[in-house]
Design a protein around this ligand. Structure first.
Ligand code: DLL
Length: 433
């Protein structure tokens, strides 16, 4: 099912024409109404008239998270505060939060984009969706909420937390879909399993999981544990929130709604566009945002783009899974390590749960690389030999894929802290010394 066939299946040439018109408009808007962007463009010697088509986008300046922090709270708004109807914010690990303001029209477009994702995942006005992303300044809860209402579906606005109640109401209300982080979905799946309520009594058939990186193996795990189809939903506060893109029934890449958010992939070091199909850093320009337009915002997310038409009929560009973030990549003893690689390996091995923690430290000037993994109850044993064999199996596998020998700590079932929002998979103690 397709929510907006005109936009989602538009001929690519037509799409570029539309993007060109919209880019000209948003650049005019930013230049004339945002002192921040006027200054940035003047520094590069660029005026709005230089931007005639979408191909001219590379003439525009980049924007980074620090720009939003430096202009905290409202310095990047391009409309008077009286036009702003909602604020969201995202707190990073350091410093001030970044703040985003939306006009009424911005909220409408955001809801439209989430509607496309939900519809692509088979949700209609006859379905109820349990929204277990956090509500509040985080965009997950309210963003998905508005999308469900926009298609006329029934929202169950649970927010995150209170896990027993989540299960009870999901069961009693007959929720057809669940929207939350993949790590919380895993926790909910375990809780369902332990609740004693038979899975058949739930009506759940789809999950819209995002807000953190996850892997194909995690998808398999969630689909098997919950008997659902698990779809990716992608987004970020700076660009709007969830629904910048989402997967269709083919589950073969995340469609980006490029009539509103124009994606580029650049080399994070040189900032030059990469060759088509190559992996690099995802950069977005908002083409229709009024409240806080973003020109060439560097997401730090690493991925690649696929421009071939999808089997579902959509022409909207697809994005490969986010491999990690250019600023989240760990360099351990000189080797680049993405937590998603570790997750993928753990999930390939039937003996382990999808819960893990990577702890990196520096001892005697050498990096240490410890991975705590939880063994599944049926494989847990008091016999030393069995546990040592398990340890060797996972150590060898990780070493052969990543090229670095991890110090594996097998921990008891259910001993790694469960997450209700974005999971924390890495503790890097080296930053503290
Ligand atoms: O996480 C918005 C969101 C809410 C998306 C609910 C999907 C569902 P932020 O808190 O600003 O916004 O974090 C944005 O999270 O740059 C990615 O690094 C990561 N991220 C979001 N979705 C995905 C995904 C929300 N599907 C940052 N896969 C982004 C991988 C994701 N990473």
């Amino acid at each position: 099912m397709i929510w907006n066939e005109t936009m989602e299946c538009m001929d690519r040439e037509e799409m570029r024409k539309l993007q060109s018109i919209r880019l000209r408009r948003v650049v005019e808007h930013a230049y004339h109404n945002s002192p921040f962007y006027r200054k940035k463009m003047q520094e590069l010697g660029v005026v709005p008239e230089d931007i005639q088509s979408i191909d001219d986008i590379t003439k525009l300046p980049f924007t980074v998270k620090q720009d939003l922090r430096d202009n905290y709270p409202f310095g990047l708004l391009a409309v008077p505060m009286s036009e702003i109807v909602r604020l969201h914010a995202s707190s990073g690990t350091t410093g001030k939060p970044i703040v985003v303001g939306y006009t009424r029209r911005d909220l409408g477009i955001w809801a439209e984009c989430v509607s496309r994702v939900l519809t692509a995942g088979g949700i209609t006005k006859n379905d109820s969706v349990q929204v277990s992303y956090g509500y509040g300044l985080f965009t997950g809860g309210l963003g998905v909420h508005d999308g469900v209402q926009n298609i006329g579906g029934t929202v169950i606005p649970m927010s995150s937390g209170n896990t027993q109640k989540q299960i009870q109401l999901m069961h009693d209300f007959g929720a057809k879909a669940l929207a939350c982080t993949p790590s919380y979905a895993l926790y909910l799946a375990e809780t369902i399993h332990n609740s004693g309520i038979p899975l058949e009594e739930f009506q759940l058939r789809a999950g819209f999981f995002g807000a953190e990186p996850w892997t194909e193996n995690m998808r398999k795990e969630l689909e098997e544990k919950m008997h659902i189809k698990a779809y990716d939903i992608y987004g970020l506060t700076e660009i709007s929130g969830p629904g910048v893109g989402g997967e269709c029934e083919c589950q073969n890449g995340t469609h980006l709604w490029e009539d509103h958010f124009f994606p580029e992939i650049v080399d994070p070091k040189t900032l030059q566009p990469v060759a088509p199909g190559e992996t690099g850093e995802l950069v977005f320009t908002t083409l229709t945002k009024e409240g806080m337009p973003m020109l060439r915002y560097r997401t730090r997310d690493l991925t690649h783009l696929i421009y071939e038409k999808c089997e579902c009929g959509r022409t909207a560009v697809r994005m490969g899974r986010i491999m990690g973030r250019s600023d989240d990549m760990l360099i351990i003893r000189g080797v680049n390590v993405f937590p998603s690689q570790v997750e993928s390996i753990i999930l390939e091995l039937p003996e382990f749960e999808a819960h893990y923690l990577i702890v990196v430290d520096r001892v005697n000037n050498t990096d240490t690389f410890q991975i705590q993994v939880e063994v599944r109850p049926e494989y847990y044993s008091d016999e030393m030999n069995k546990m040592l064999a398990l340890k060797k199996k996972i150590t060898d596998r990780i070493q052969s894929v990543i090229g670095l020998k991890p110090d594996i700590r097998i921990v008891e079932p259910r001993s790694i802290e469960r997450s209700m929002g974005k999971a924390k998979h890495v503790i890097d103690n080296r930053k503290l010394v």
